[in-house]
Write a protein that binds this ligand. Structure first.
Ligand code: UGA
Length: 431
């Protein structure tokens, strides 16, 4: 099929390359000239394992191209909307870019075309877009995306489920999507056909649930710290119950990134508009933020009541491993706040050095872990990259000035670190 993908950010770039690998002919369109140039030359402007290979293979087929000109989508019969919906000051989603793209797309549509929304939107937006799209004789489907950064290629090509939101009885839209995703569906991926509102809600509800699960275990971590219980064993025991499940019960510094924090704030705000009180999600967010404060309090205590002039080394800046994304990164937030308190913060990350440097001057960045550790009076592990969990504690001990580490992700082998002479302060454990 001839497909266009409108918006070539994280979601769109992955989706465009993935659709080519399924045998389709794809044009990706984006207003950002530099991004389009980069993708057209096979260069992914962010870190995502497996994507450079998928993009290069796609370009080599001759069936993948990128453009800044919206008119170029005219030959496609199916158009994916993968436009970002950033957060406004109030916490609500900014739909400006999405509606602008739709307004540009509509005059280019031919009767029978299918527009497929993939952006994360507040419930009710798809119905508004459907009206404009249908005025051009085309149809709309809402097909939310559940990919995780760091696993985006696998999640796109082997998703847990497919959700199609369509107008009641729009079998043609369903049939078109089935054709696009034929190979994925053949491998047994469950697919569910529903209305626009439910499809939109599946996405935000899933992210709200995941955020709640993380904050739940982090609240339990606070109880564990206060009572002497062991949070990791508690999570393992809870996770044995299949109704609860062990995934997303890793306690620590909490959630960040471009999705979970933004989506729960947007959901609360949309709830208010609909007259529904989703205030529990505010509590989910405050538990999440309390974990950052806990790390800062521990650091201040360990350094004798003040961090002024103290050399602190932070291992990990990305919001999670296998990503260079520092949007709403708990690790970078802690780093910034320690600098504000007067600490001299040295930091390293396997992939997020550049993104962190761009957003946050004022830290001493190191590409090399030993360089970052040298002379540290306190070490903080804030993103659980393998490079840090696999670090030799003896080697680390030989570089620092003071052997104290705060394990903000419960990811270190504390016994091995203690054997090497470290005092290990792990979140969720009594100190
Ligand atoms: C999240 C969802 O997991 C995806 O399903 C969704 O498609 C995506 O948002 C989106 O809306 O586009 P992502 O933001 O890439 O994906 O990252 P996650 O793997 O969900 O991690 C989010 C944050 O939670 C990270 O900061 C991570 O460190 C933290 N986390 C995760 C925990 O603190 N504990 C856990 O047990 C799991």
């Amino acid at each position: 099929m001839r497909i266009s993908v409108i918006g070539c950010g994280y979601l769109g770039a992955v989706h465009a390359a993935a659709m080519v690998s399924l045998g389709h002919t794809v044009i990706g369109v984006d207003v950002d000239e530099a991004r389009v140039q980069s993708l057209a030359h096979g260069l992914v402007p962010f870190y995502e394992p497996g994507l450079p290979e998928l993009l290069t293979e796609g370009l080599a087929t001759g069936r993948l191209s990128f453009s800044t000109v919206m008119d170029d989508v005219k030959r496609a019969r199916l158009h994916f909307l993968a436009i970002g919906t950033p957060q406004t000051e109030s916490g609500a989603a900014d739909l400006g870019f999405l509606f602008t793209a739709v307004a540009q797309l509509v005059p280019l549509l031919s009767p029978g075309d299918l527009v497929v929304g993939k952006s994360t939107v507040p419930v009710g937006v798809a119905a508004r877009i459907a009206e404009v799209v249908e005025s051009a004789g085309a149809r709309l489907a809402w097909n939310p995306e559940f990919l995780r950064e760091g696993r985006a290629v696998v999640d796109t090509l082997s998703p847990d489920r497919m959700v199609y939101g369509v107008r009641e009885g729009d079998n043609e839209a369903v049939a078109l999507l089935d054709r696009v995703y034929e190979q994925i569906l053949e491998s047994g991926t469950p697919r569910m056909v529903t209305d626009f509102a439910t499809a939109e809600l599946v996405k935000v509800a899933a992210n709200a649930f995941l955020a709640t699960k993380i904050s739940f275990i982090n609240a339990m971590a606070e109880v564990a710290e206060a009572s002497g219980a062991n949070i990791d064993q508690l999570a393992d025991a809870l996770g044995q119950d299949p109704r609860i499940g062990r995934k997303f019960l890793n306690s620590g510094l909490g959630f960040g990134g471009g999705c979970l924090p933004k989506d729960i704030r947007g959901f609360v705000s949309r709830g208010e508009e609909l007259g529904v009180d989703l205030g529990f999600l505010r509590e989910v967010e405050s538990i999440n933020l309390r974990r950052r404060q806990r790390v800062i309090d521990l650091a201040v205590d360990e350094l004798g009541g003040s961090v002024v002039g103290k050399r602190i080394t932070i291992l990990g800046l990305a919001f999670k491993p296998n990503s260079d994304d520092v949007r709403d990164s708990p690790a970078l937030d802690v780093a910034r706040r320690l600098v504000e308190l007067g600490a001299v913060v040295h930091a390293t990350d396997p992939q997020a050095l550049e993104t962190a440097r761009r957003s946050t001057p004022g830290l001493d960045y190191h590409a090399d872990v030993p360089d970052a550790l040298r002379g540290a009076e306190l070490v903080l592990v804030l993103t659980e990259w393998e490079a840090f969990t696999g670090l030799d504690p003896e080697l680390a001990a030989s570089l620092v000035m003071n052997r104290t580490v705060i394990d903000g992700r419960n990811c270190l082998d504390s016994v091995a670190w203690q054997r090497a002479g470290w005092r290990v302060l792990a979140l969720g454990h009594a100190v």
